[in-house]
Design a protein around this ligand. Structure first.
Ligand SMILES: NC(=O)c1ccc[n+]([C@@H]2O[C@H](COP(=O)([O-])OP(=O)(O)OC[C@H]3O[C@@H](n4cnc5c(N)ncnc54)[C@H](OP(=O)(O)O)[C@@H]3O)[C@@H](O)[C@H]2O)c1
Length: 323
């Protein structure tokens, strides 16, 4: 039995992973934006057969560094070891003409996908290090890599010299580009996730498994989920894209299977190799994915950029929390 903290467990891939883990008698801490979201998720897991006494929650709105800090301090005060820290929550706002902002005024995609998760890793590392065989799992995406199918559609991910991030909370794009591009902001945030994993593994002397992974394209049926913003902005376009990619061309992965992969990454012995790895669920042909360790993009493999990104994020987090 492992004690696992997971972000983004209230929907999609994270919810399915949480269901599988909770029903395998692991102890879960659901990290959700509100108490109501924790309770809704707990109820789903308990109805699916989870033991209620093994599903806890902690409120962290990842769009508010103050809320993340309070949640982390609550966990540190409890002082219980964590076997796995699963940083899975994420959002994208492709097509948004202007940046949405977090509570601290930071571009929302970067704030939620990267900055909040780095703060969690910074604070909760001591709890992971108390466990006998801990691991850290980060849900990234192949779109971080301009050489992959998804990564080459639209503007490619690239962080430049981090000029935007260095300029303080008000930036739109991490690379300092004047024009906001919501799709690139998402790709950039996933490149940040890869670099964060790499830098964390280095800081830990490659002694703990730090796994960044890509689930493949997952388009759930129904209204919610990862493409909710696209559905609101362009319902017809999104319906056509779903029909084509998921139902006709069979380019997508199912939520169930992607959730299963995340559950395996969080607990299975085969993913316990120490050090950084990037594991991708890549489409081989229509209807068939292969889940295997692969190289990251060249930019995602740059140790200097990884260290610089970590430093700039730390400075921004500290400025926001002390401000
Ligand atoms: N779906 C894909 O095609 C795909 C492809 C590659 C990578 N990914 C990555 O996979 C991960 C999971 O995505 P998914 O497809 O499962 O999407 P999803 O169904 O939209 O789930 C996203 C999760 O993130 C949580 N979240 C978002 N903003 C938050 C905030 N401010 N505070 C706390 N939690 C917040 C959501 O909470 P609420 O339920 O409260 O909104 C939800 O639990 C993400 O990191 C995503 O980037 C997805």
């Amino acid at each position: 039995m492992k004690r696992i903290l997971i972000t983004g467990a209230s929907s999609g891939i994270g919810l399915e992973a949480a269901r599988l883990l909770a029903c395998s008698d692991h102890r879960l801490i659901l990290c959700c934006r509100t108490n109501a979201r924790i309770e809704q998720t707990r109820r789903i897991l308990i109805d699916a057969g989870a033991d209620a006494s093994r599903v806890d929650g902690v409120v962290m709105d990842l769009a508010d560094l103050g809320s993340v800090e309070r949640g982390c301090q609550q966990l540190l005060a409890q002082g219980l070891a964590l076997d796995a820290l699963v940083l899975n929550a994420g959002l994208q706002r492709a097509g948004d003409p202007t940046p949405a902002r977090s509570a601290q005024g930071i571009e929302l995609t970067f704030a939620v996908n990267q900055l909040a998760h780095q703060l969690m890793a910074m604070r909760l590392l001591p709890l992971l290090q108390q466990a006998p065989q801990p691991r850290l799992v980060i849900t990234a995406s192949d779109v971080h890599d301009p050489c992959t199918g998804g990564g080459r559609v639209g503007q490619p991910a690239s962080l430049g010299e981090l000029q935007g991030l260095r300029s303080g909370a008000g930036f739109g794009m991490v690379d300092g580009s004047p024009r906001f591009d919501g799709d690139k902001a998402y790709k950039d945030s996933k490149l940040c996730n890869v670099l964060m994993g790499r830098e964390l593994a280095r800081q830990l002397d490659e002694a703990m498994p730090v796994i960044a992974w890509s689930p493949g394209l997952v388009i759930p049926r129904g209204d919610g989920g990862f493409f909710r913003f696209n559905r609101q902005r362009n319902p017809l376009g999104m319906a056509l894209f779903s029909l084509l990619a998921r139902d006709l061309l069979r380019l997508t992965e199912s939520v169930d299977h992607a959730g299963g992969l995340l559950a395996d990454l969080s607990t299975a012995a085969e993913f316990s190799t120490a050090g950084f790895s990037y594991i991708s669920n890549r489409l081989v042909r229509p209807g068939l994915h292969r889940f295997a360790a692969v190289e990251t993009s060249a930019e995602g493999a740059d140790p200097l950029k990884a260290a610089e990104l970590w430093k700039c994020c730390t400075q921004l987090i500290e400025a926001c929390l002390s401000g």
